[in-house]
Each structure stands twice: as structure tokens, then as C-alpha cells.
Ligand binder design. Structure first.
Ligand SMILES: NC(=O)c1ccc[n+]([C@@H]2O[C@H](COP(=O)([O-])OP(=O)(O)OC[C@H]3O[C@@H](n4cnc5c(N)ncnc54)[C@H](O)[C@@H]3O)[C@@H](O)[C@H]2O)c1
Length: 280
């Protein structure tokens, strides 16, 4: 059992799912987010409201911790200036504070958008080079490279989880490949924390989907064995699928709608429109 774990983005959709399982892995869990504390905390959980983009707010929380699970970020494409503090400087602050306080590992919520311009049918694996589709994806590339550099220069381990589409249920035909169930997401983070030695590792956050467009075959040592498969929803989702179009970047690139939007324009809005069947 670890002594102390820190979880950023603890008020978010995924962070909230992680609080209870992470609390079981450490004597103390420190949850943090830019939002105020939740109504109820777990018995060994404390909460600090902090902006990850501000070193003086975030660094003290990491003192005495074994690991930090860094999920706090703006989760959409926006103008670069909007992402600079939370997503770029925030990642630097986490890695630098982890180094200063002698943490063993950073577990990081990266994203498929780090390789979002790679072809869906290209057989992407964990060595696929960075090909961001947005400033949001670029921040994930920056953070992964930061993680690799801090491992190689300073011996701080990192496991970067390139999450695809983590939702309670798969939302659209694209998600037949990209879905990550909540329970598989929790298992992936648990393995990223409890695998004894990871060095610098990239893994995809995807369920055991028959149509997954990415492969974790090089990171079997993490012991991540997903339980869910979006194929169970195939009939319903294919019935709502958009007209196939090989010229449509939203269909042909791993980033889906994010690969199609202009830089600085919301990818979530495009994703929502796609899910409602309004566009490709
Ligand atoms: N949900 C997905 O499918 C998905 C896919 C790929 C990557 N991710 C990554 O997983 C992480 C969690 O995503 P989510 O779906 O739970 O999103 P979310 O928006 O629900 O959670 C993000 C949390 O970060 C917090 N936050 C934002 N700016 C902050 C700041 N400056 N300081 C501190 N906290 C801040 C928000 O308040 C929020 O609670 C993110 O890093 C996201 O990029 C998620």
C-alpha cells in the first residue's frame, strides 16, 4: 500500500470515478481540482481546491506523496492561450513538483488526440509518432514528451494513458472502436499505479473492442486486461451511423471530429453533433 496519492481533476467525470478505487490503494488520498470540494469525502481522503496552472497552489500538495494521478485539464479544443495555463503549464507544474518532492511516478491522462491525425486504419500502436489534431492534442504531446524527458534526465517514472472515448456507454459508431468503459478506465489506472516498474510508458485507454483502431500489444507488462467490448452496442450504433465518406477526416483519422475542426474550435461540439447524427 502506498502512503500518499494525489489525484488532480478529482471533480471531473473520470476523476470522480477514480476517487474510491485510488483511496483503497494508499493510506491517504489528496484530491484536488479548480472546483470546490465535493459534498462528501472518503474516510482517508482530503480535498484542496487549487489551480494546476499555479505552481504555488499545486506544488505543496505533492509533498510526501508516492505518485500523482494527473487528470485535471481543460477537456476540449480551445485557442492556445486558453489551454496554455491549465494544460501546458499545468503539466509542467505537476512533473516539476513531482521531481522536487521526490515522487516515484506520474500517471497522466493523455489522449488519442496526441496522435489524432494518424489514420484510423493505420495500425497505430504505442510507438506511433505524435500527430496532434488540435492545440488540445498538442498539449498531450508536450506532456508526454515532458514525461519522457523527466524519466530520462531525472528518473521520474511516468505512465501516459492515451484515453480514447471514456463514457458510461459507447455514444456513436466511432465509439465501436474508441470506447473505454469506466470500469476498464479504473483498471487501467490501477495497473498504472501498482505495476512495480514502468519507466516511461505510453498505453491506450480503450476497452476490449473488437474494432479498436489502436493496439496495446507492446505494453502487456502493465497487466491491463479490459473487460468490456463496445460490440455489444453495434447493431444500435451502426443503424445511426453517418454516410460513409472516405474524404471525411472525422471518419478517417483517429481523432474523429477533432481531426476535422479548425484549430481553436470546439471538438466536443463537433462530437456532439456527430453523435446526434448531424454531421460526419
Ligand atoms: N473523457 C474522455 O473520453 C477523455 C479522453 C481523452 C483524455 N481525457 C483526459 O482525461 C482527463 C479527465 O477528463 P474528464 O473527461 O474527466 O473531463 P472533465 O472536464 O470532466 O474533468 C477535468 C477536470 O479538470 C478540472 N480542471 C480544469 N482546469 C483546471 C485547472 N486549471 N486546475 C485544476 N483543475 C482543473 C475541471 O474542473 C474538471 O473537474 C483530462 O485530462 C482529459 O484530457 C478524457
Amino acid at each position: 500500500m502506498l502512503n500518499k496519492l494525489v489525484l488532480t481533476g478529482a471533480r471531473g467525470n473520470l476523476g470522480n470515478e477514480l476517487r474510491a478505487p485510488l483511496a483503497k490503494m494508499a493510506k491517504a488520498l489528496v484530491s484536488t481540482d479548480i472546483l470546490p470540494a465535493p459534498d462528501k469525502l472518503l474516510p482517508n481522503e482530503s480535498y484542496v481546491q487549487a489551480d494546476v496552472g499555479q505552481m504555488d497552489q499545486i506544488a505543496p500538495l505533492l509533498e510526501g506523496a508516492d505518485m500523482v494521478v494527473h487528470f485535471g485539464a481543460i477537456v476540449d479544443e480551445k485557442p492556445f492561450e486558453d489551454l496554455l495555463g491549465p494544460n501546458f503549464i499545468g503539466a509542467y507544474n505537476i512533473w516539476e513538483a513531482a521531481h522536487r518532492h521526490g515522487l516515484r511516478r506520474v500517471v497522466y491522462a493523455s489522449s488519442i488526440h496526441a496522435v489524432g491525425m494518424a489514420e484510423t486504419n493505420g495500425g497505430a500502436d504505442t510507438d506511433t509518432p505524435h500527430r496532434p489534431d488540435t492545440f488540445y492534442g498538442l498539449a498531450k504531446c508536450f506532456s508526454e514528451d515532458l514525461g519522457r524527458m523527466y524519466w530520462e534526465k531525472r528518473g521520474l517514472e511516468a505512465v501516459c494513458l492515451r484515453i480514447l472515448s471514456c463514457t458510461p456507454e459507447p455514444q456513436n459508431a466511432r465509439a465501436l472502436g474508441t470506447w473505454l468503459s469506466y470500469r476498464d478506465m479504473v483498471q487501467l489506472v490501477q495497473r498504472a499505479v501498482d505495476t512495480p516498474t514502468t519507466g516511461f510508458t505510453v498505453a491506450y485507454g480503450v476497452s476490449a473492442n473488437s474494432r479498436a483502431p489502436v493496439s496495446n500489444h507492446k505494453v502487456g507488462f502493465l497487466g491491463y486486461r479490459p473487460q468490456d467490448n463496445a460490440e455489444d452496442w453495434a447493431e444500435a450504433l451502426l443503424a445511426k451511423a453517418v454516410t460513409p465518406d472516405p474524404q471525411d477526416l472525422a471518419q478517417t483519422r483517429l481523432g474523429g471530429p477533432f481531426a476535422k475542426v479548425g484549430l481553436g474550435q470546439s471538438g466536443i461540439a463537433a462530437l456532439t453533433a456527430m453523435t446526434r447524427g448531424k454531421s460526419g
